[in-house]
Design a protein around this ligand. Structure first.
Ligand code: GDR
Length: 332
């Protein structure tokens, strides 16, 4: 039975990936941080097959112990401070966890195995935020980086150190440059889920309006369930490499809002949306659109869920979720 170790197991991608690997016959280990972390209880209920291993991306000895215990064949480093807006307020913490955390993982793997004789494979969750103020459109594996946030800067370090350890020590270390990927498990702080959840609540009469920041930025949004497949495919290749994972389509936040309201039959969405400077960022990433040709050719990967299906899936989920919470019986 192959063994997989996942950091960030309590997040959206960690949960999708754990299910995906379990279905493929993997034994799945998940690292959980902190004392009495409430997410551990949640994980035990939702994914009882995961063996929880304590550890922290800020603490190298804990990572070495975790690796020694799990003895993984594959390590997926999805753990990070992942909210770009928060990284402006907690820049040092972001650099430590999202950036240096990658270095610590690579070192822990080297200490426990991970050389040519005992190759633990390593996947780094790199991000389209590394492209930031984009130098070309669409973005590929060869597009230069120009990050626009402490989060983006930390991800560039994580990406570069992954490539460096591959080149320096012959490690099987690969990096997936994933564009935004969403779904019903997305946290409420990210714009897609914030919008679909608010739209569901407005349509159920539980909320009046939604307060947002910049409506003009554009993102290449895919479905998280499709994207974890790409992570696994990268780890099955004969040689480690880096891949852009994206849909190749881009939409503004305004498009997202409009489409989400259309799902519940509200055309006059403008009267329900207010902008507040609180949700604007000191520096913005205006336009992201990825070219995943390399992943298509080399991995045979293509996304299955498009933007319209994604928004519809999330609004439907949030309608059911909010109705249940409020004790509303859905109309048949
Ligand atoms: P992003 O995702 O920063 O692209 O990073 P997010 O959903 O937070 O923002 C997307 C865009 O929406 C604009 N926006 C708002 N964003 C939030 N969160 N809340 C608002 O109220 C709001 N109003 C407008 C933002 O300014 C931005 O332009 C995500 C994260 O998952 C990263 O971890 C990951 O690496 C990248 O995607 C790929």
């Amino acid at each position: 039975m192959p063994r997989a170790f996942i950091t960030g197991i309590t997040g959206q991608d960690g949960r999708h990936l754990a299910e995906f690997l379990y279905d493929k016959g993997y034994e799945v280990f998940g690292m959980v941080t902190g004392q009495n972390n409430p997410k551990a209880e949640y994980l035990r209920n939702e994914l009882p097959f995961v063996e929880i291993v304590p550890g922290d991306l800020a603490d190298l000895p804990s990572l070495v112990k975790a690796m020694a215990h799990a003895q993984p064949d594959e390590v997926y480093n999805l753990g990070a401070i992942s909210f770009v807006a928060m990284s402006f307020n907690q820049a040092e913490l972001t650099a430590n966890i999202t950036g240096l955390g990658v270095l610590r993982m690579l070192e822990a793997i080297r200490m426990v195995g991970g050389n040519e004789n005992n190759p633990i494979r390593f996947y780094q969750a790199s991000s389209s935020e590394m492209f930031g103020k984009v130098r070309e459109t669409p973005q590929t594996e060869l597009t230069p980086f120009h990050p626009r946030s402490p989060y983006g800067c930390a991800k560039v370090f994580g990406h570069d150190i992954t490539v460096n350890y591959r080149e320096s020590y012959g490690m099987f270390a690969c990096s997936g440059i994933l564009f935004n990927h969403e779904g019903p498990r997305r946290g409420l702080e990210f714009v897609t889920r914030k919008v679909t959840n608010a739209v569901a609540r407005i349509s159920l009469g539980l909320q009046e309006e939604i307060v947002l920041g910049n409506l003009d930025s554009k993102r290449d949004w895919g479905y998280a369930g499709d994207y974890v497949k790409a992570m696994w495919l990268m780890m099955q290749q004969p040689e480690p490499d880096d891949f852009v994972i994206s849909t190749g389509n881009t939409h503004s936040i305004e498009d997202l809002v409009q489409r989400a309201f259309a799902e519940v039959g509200i055309d006059d969405w403008k009267s329900r949306v207010r902008q507040d400077p609180r949700f604007f960022r000191p520096a913005e990433v205006d336009l992201l659109i990825g070219d995943a040709s390399k992943a298509r050719t080399k991995l045979g990967w293509t996304p299955e869920v498009d933007f319209a299906q994604l928004v519809s899936m999330m609004v439907k989920h949030d309608l059911a979720y909010e109705s249940r919470k409020a004790g509303i019986v859905p109309a048949v």
